[in-house]
Design a binder for this molecule. Structure first.
Ligand code: C2E
Ligand code: MG
Ligand code: MG
Ligand code: MG
Length: 276
């Protein structure tokens, strides 16, 4: 607001703005420290088949155990890390944690499970990304297909050509690509068929408004996905009614508090072994 009021009309920061700036700077300082001191933990939220509630994998979601602030939610620091550029280091650290977890489960004889990791557009669209992923697979001897990456639309359509090149570079690792929060971003459908992605995740805001008889947007997304041969995951299923309605659609996969919240790795292990 100070900026938009123009030259000669610069307003002083009010207390809220000052506090926000301070928080921003605090977080920036603390992030690096946090990576070095292992303050980040991945929680795992099951992704399951809509019809049978069979678990097919997990979405990894970061939790920050801050030494003085306690628990800090991702929405409070991921955007800051994106602003400062620290997201690349943070993403790499979290990808490493996820890979470590997969290889741990695998070595302990657990059945194959896919882990989906959120990657910021800014990191995904960096030239080193493909090499970093190949190095990760090598470091942890990951089984092919064990990682899936979630990216939002903005990251992909900003530079279609680069994104396509990156996705192709990941193909030998059988890394799956999932378009996160689908329907909330550009939703310029024209580009979708050009992207070699595998999965669409319908944003929770659509699932919130699902009704018994009239879901034109969800129906449209599902038929689009079907014609492009993409799998679909419905995000944020909170009620039995939402699940019941989804069961009447061709949507194959779901995720949400109704069946399971994000959980620590040791609980996810039980889900892998015994189901939901
Ligand atoms: P997202 O990728 O869309 O993740 C889904 C968010 O919805 C998660 O919030 C999850 O806990 C929440 N959620 C899942 N099911 C339900 C439900 O039934 N009801 C409700 N109300 N919420 C549900 P979370 O963990 O707070 O993460 C928020 C966002 O932060 C994520 O949105 C993602 O954009 C970002 N994020 C989280 N972890 C990471 C990470 O490791 N790396 C990066 N780059 N971003 C991350
Ligand atoms: Mg996600
Ligand atoms: Mg999402
Ligand atoms: Mg979302």
């Amino acid at each position: 607001e100070a900026k938009s009021s123009g030259r000669g009309h610069v307003k002083f920061f009010n207390n809220t703005m000052r506090k926000k700036l301070k928080t921003h700077a605090d977080i920036e300082n603390d992030l690096q420290h946090g990576i070095e001191h292992n303050e980040f933990e991945l929680y795992y939220q099951p992704i399951f088949t809509i019809q049978e509630a069979q678990v097919i994998g997990f979405e990894a979601l970061v939790r920050w155990h801050h030494p003085t602030k306690g628990f800090v939610a991702p929405n409070d620091f991921i955007p800051v890390a994106e602003d400062t550029g620290q997201i690349i280091n943070l993403d790499l650290h979290l990808l490493d944690l996820a890979a470590q977890q997969i290889s741990h489960w695998y070595q302990h004889g657990l059945p194959f499970t896919r882990v989906t990791v959120n990657v910021s557009s800014r990191h995904f669209a960096s030239l080193d990304f493909v090499a970093q992923m190949h190095a990760l697979y090598k470091k942890y001897q990951l089984p092919l297909g064990s990682l899936c990456l979630e990216i939002t639309e903005s990251g992909l359509i900003g530079n279609l050509e680069l994104a396509t090149k990156i996705i192709k570079g990941l193909a030998p690792l059988e890394v799956k690509l999932c378009l996160d929060d689908f329907g909330t971003g550009y939703s310029a459908l024209g580009y979708l068929h050009q992207l070699p992605i595998h999965i669409l995740k319908i944003d929770k805001s659509f699932i919130d408004h699902i009704t018994k008889s009239h879901n034109p947007l969800i129906d449209a997304i599902l038929s689009l996905a079907q014609s492009l041969q993409l799998d679909v995951v419905a995000e944020g299923i909170e009620t039995e009614q939402q699940l019941a309605i989804l069961k009447q659609t061709p949507c194959k996969f779901g995720q949400g508090f109704l069946k399971a919240r994000p959980m620590p790795a040791k609980d996810a292990k039980n889900v892998i072994l015994h189901g939901l």
